[in-house]
Design a protein around this ligand. Structure first.
Ligand SMILES: *[C@@H]1O[C@H](CO)[C@@H](O)[C@H](O)[C@H]1NC(C)=O
Ligand SMILES: *[C@@H]1O[C@H](CO)[C@@H](O)[C@H](O)[C@H]1NC(C)=O
Ligand SMILES: *[C@@H]1O[C@H](CO)[C@@H](O)[C@H](O)[C@H]1NC(C)=O
Ligand SMILES: *[C@@H]1O[C@H](CO)[C@@H](O)[C@H](O)[C@H]1NC(C)=O
Ligand SMILES: *[C@@H]1O[C@H](CO)[C@@H](O)[C@H](O)[C@H]1NC(C)=O
Ligand SMILES: *[C@@H]1O[C@H](CO)[C@@H](O)[C@H](O)[C@H]1NC(C)=O
Ligand SMILES: *[C@@H]1O[C@H](CO)[C@@H](O)[C@H](O)[C@H]1NC(C)=O
Ligand SMILES: *[C@@H]1O[C@H](CO)[C@@H](O)[C@H](O)[C@H]1NC(C)=O
Ligand SMILES: *[C@@H]1O[C@H](CO)[C@@H](O)[C@H](O)[C@H]1NC(C)=O
Length: 243
């Protein structure tokens, strides 16, 4: 009896503390914050790629702009040639990182697995750097629409798990040192529109499962040692614009 009353009192105290800390946090700042996991992942990514642009990333970086905003140099078509473009997606209470573009920054090091911890990431573009290592299988957890690793030094195969990113519309891996066969599993990407993997070292044939990629608009696989026939099913890709 006594101990249960004490437990109840302790519980009430606990609730009061929770309430106080929640309202203090509200009071302390009306800004929406990034979750700790995303702040920590960004810090680890920056240190692994020796990228100084995110050195001051904090929970409030989305609202203050500190730590994530960088100068961008665009080309004449308005596309970024050099620079970092990070976009947050915020509702009234919380922010998440939704777009990361780090282009032409001469980044080195191994492709950080921690990108997979940014679970709200929609676009990851690391075009034209010197990043090496392999494409982590854990990227298969992300709900990306665009994955571009164009112009790096990535090796090894495309992990089967990339075929689990059912939201994927653009897979751009041109100009790397990738090897192995094109995974069958990629035929399970119903929204895939752009598949650009030229200038690698892939082997084997085009999987028959690719017959299901009927939203394909731009398909580039030159510059590897693929073999076999040009598949008939390409005739069923009625949206194809570039082959
Ligand atoms: C990233 O995700 C992995 C696997 O879910 C987890 O073990 C790790 O603790 C996470 N890292 C961070 C920084 O949250
Ligand atoms: C970058 O700065 C703009 C305006 O200063 C701000 O609206 C935006 O939220 C900032 N973005 C990030 C990711 O901090
Ligand atoms: C940043 O990326 C988003 C998404 O691709 C794009 O809409 C925006 O124009 C980019 N910002 C700059 C300055 O290029
Ligand atoms: C904000 O988004 C989070 C998911 O990131 C969700 O859990 C929460 O309910 C949303 N809050 C509002 C007010 O929409
Ligand atoms: C990358 O390296 C090249 C060659 O050293 C240099 O010209 C260029 O300015 C560097 N780019 C950046 C963004 O540091
Ligand atoms: C990746 O590049 C770094 C230098 O940027 C090098 O030290 C490391 O050995 C390379 N790793 C692999 C697997 O090639
Ligand atoms: C590509 O594969 C061929 C044949 O297996 C090999 O001779 C060549 O060195 C490879 N090139 C690269 C860049 O890995
Ligand atoms: C295409 O998708 C359908 C339905 O998911 C499946 O039954 C079929 O086996 C797939 N075709 C190929 C060639 O993988
Ligand atoms: C093309 O699509 C039609 C209709 O879905 C299907 O019957 C046929 O088998 C497909 N052709 C090839 C070569 O996949």
């Amino acid at each position: 009896m006594e101990s249960s009353r004490r437990a109840t009192a302790r519980f009430k105290f606990f609730i009061l503390i929770l309430f106080l800390s929640a309202s203090l946090r509200e009071f302390g700042s009306s800004a929406q914050l990034l979750p700790d996991e995303e702040v920590e992942a960004l810090g680890l990514i920056a240190s692994k790629l020796q990228y100084t642009g995110w050195s001051t990333v904090a929970a409030d970086s989305c609202s203050t702009g500190r730590g994530l905003n960088q100068t961008i140099t665009a080309n004449d078509r308005g596309l970024i040639r050099f620079g970092s473009n990070v976009t947050c997606n915020c509702n009234s209470t919380v922010c998440h990182i939704s777009i990361i573009q780090l282009k032409g920054l001469n980044l080195t090091g191994v492709l950080p697995e921690e990108f997979a911890n940014l679970t709200f990431l929609r676009e990851l573009d690391l075009t034209r750097n010197y990043i090496n290592g392999t494409i982590p299988a854990s990227f298969g957890r992300l709900r990306l629409s665009i994955l571009s690793l164009l112009g790096n030094r990535l090796s090894g195969p495309i992990p089967e798990e990339i075929g689990d990113i059912s939201t994927l519309e653009e897979l751009i891996l041109e100009d790397n040192l990738l090897t192995g066969p094109l995974p069958r599993n990629l035929g399970r990407l119903p929204r895939l529109r752009r598949f650009l993997v030229s200038a690698n070292n892939f082997t084997g044939t085009i999987p028959t499962s690719f017959g299901n990629l009927t939203n394909m608009e731009d398909f580039r696989i030159d510059g590897s040692t693929l073999s076999g026939r040009i598949p008939d099913f390409i005739g069923n890709w009625t949206r194809l614009d570039r082959l």
